[in-house]
Design a protein around this ligand. Structure first.
Ligand code: ADP
Ligand code: MG
Length: 421
């Protein structure tokens, strides 16, 4: 049993209070604003606070007071604006408005105290494209789980399926795919009508206590690929940059520039969507399968990738790493082959982890949600923390742990040119 306080709109309060009682908790305060709740946390010995993410109920002062007293806070959110507000304040424990009590409980227990605010990507949102050669190296798996890890770090995220050959995000996550969200976004972008409101209408939501994200599903019937022309794809991704912090794009495998092999310059191009997404992306995660066949496919296709985009934006990931297919010390062997035959340095390894991926597909969920401790999830989480999220956010959060006074003293002791930025 826990001592819970609420600061939510009156219309929701009774139902939530009933749920809390039904689950054996004691409701010690029902507040109409963040200020009221902040002043009651200590006298009412509150252990958990459940607030709406609207500004009236969630303020920096409330969070500071909650941090001081060790009170865990979870925000209930109905809009992306609310999520942004919570995240801006550094509160990552945000559940969707329709979440049941089990979700709220999970969020309350997941993280003891709010973590430091992530640094929003500078200015507009970033686009991360996930690409890989033919042979199912794990593009979709990587895209889904990179999106999940970015969302769990407190960012707003959209996952877009741009694969014109075998779009499969919807079936992998157990979402409806009769109305392809990304094709709808492209059509609206083509007519200049793709607003944030429209994006939220056509996207589906993957809900998770660790961090929910939007999904723009792909075309289930490959015959619809002409809807994804280059200019529409770049228009849609451009709108996504104003909508969310990160747009993760699952692309097709084919990099052939069909423009060059077709005589009809106005004919639509099947590979245009992949090529355009790669050109628009700030970062490209290039995924290969870490076995002899996969490596050789990857090395050949990697050359074409570098023809299409700049090298410094590419992060190479070798997926399904296992000794059984490549021999002892597989990471070393794969790393050496990539460097020797492709000049590729510092690749990221994701282990073969059948049980975890099978469980994820069975549940239609992310690795974080079904197998948080699995080696593949740990590898993808590290990849996101170390290679995708801005290093500034890491530096800043590390710095925050040092008391302000000590930081000031340290800065004063250094010559001006050597001071950290
Ligand atoms: N690291 C891994 N370990 C085990 N199975 C994996 C791993 N990565 C992907 N898979 C599985 O491989 C299959 C193909 O992955 P998918 O992501 O759909 O490939 P692609 O999008 O490249 O075609 C899926 O069944 C997926 O669950
Ligand atoms: Mg795929």
């Amino acid at each position: 049993m826990a001592r819970i306080a609420f600061a939510v709109p009156a219309a929701r309060e009774d139902a939530l209070v009933d749920e809390a009682f039904d689950h054996g908790h004691e409701v010690v305060a029902r507040c109409g604003s963040a200020d009221e709740l902040a002043s009651l946390l200590e006298p009412a010995a509150v252990e958990f606070a459940i607030v709406s993410s609207a500004e009236r109920y969630l303020t920096a002062r409330l969070l500071a007071e909650a941090d001081r007293l060790g009170v865990r806070v979870v925000a209930i959110n109905d809009t992306d604006a609310g999520r942004r507000h919570a995240i801006t304040l550094g509160l990552h424990e945000v559940v969707d408005g329709d979440a049941d009590w089990a979700r709220i409980d999970a969020a309350l227990l997941a993280t003891p105290l709010r973590s430091s605010a992530p640094t929003a990507p500078s200015g507009r949102g970033r686009v991360v494209a996930v690409w890989g050669p033919a042979g199912s190296p794990g593009r979709t798996s990587l895209a889904i789980n990179i999106a999940a890890e970015l969302a769990s770090a407190g960012h707003t995220v959209a996952l877009a399926d741009v694969d014109t050959y075998s779009g499969s995000i919807a079936p992998t996550l157990g979402l409806l795919d009769e109305a392809p969200g990304f094709a709808a976004a492209c059509r609206l972008a083509g007519s200049g009508a793709l607003t944030q409101l429209e994006l939220e209408r056509i996207a589906q939501r993957y809900s998770s206590p660790h961090g929910s994200f939007w999904v723009l599903t792909g075309i289930g019937r490959p015959s619809r690929w002409p809807e994804l022309s280059a200019s529409r794809v770049s228009g849609a991704l451009d709108a996504c940059r104003d909508w969310v912090d990160y747009t993760v794009v699952d692309t097709g495998f084919n990099l052939e520039n069909d423009e060059e092999i077709s005589s009809d310059v106005f004919a639509p191009r099947r590979n245009a969507a992949t090529l355009e997404a790669l050109r628009c992306a700030d970062q490209v995660v290039a995924v290969g399968s870490a076995d002899p066949v996969g490596l050789s496919r990857f090395l050949r296709a990697h050359v074409d990738l570098l023809d299409a985009i700049l090298t410094d934006r590419v992060l190479v990931v070798m997926n399904r790493l296992r000794a059984a297919v490549i021999g002892a010390a597989p990471a070393r062997q794969v790393t050496q082959s990539l460097e020797r035959f492709g000049g590729i340095v510092a690749p990221v390894m994701v282990p073969h982890d059948q049980a975890a991926f099978d469980a994820a597909v069975l549940e239609g969920a992310t690795l974080y949600d079904v197998a948080a401790r699995s080696p593949a999830r740990v590898a993808i989480s590290t990849l996101v923390q170390e290679r995708i999220l801005p290093s500034a956010s890491k530096r800043r959060s590390q710095r925050r742990r040092v008391p302000l006074l000590r930081r000031r003293q340290a800065a004063a002791a250094q010559p001006a040119g050597a001071r950290p930025d």
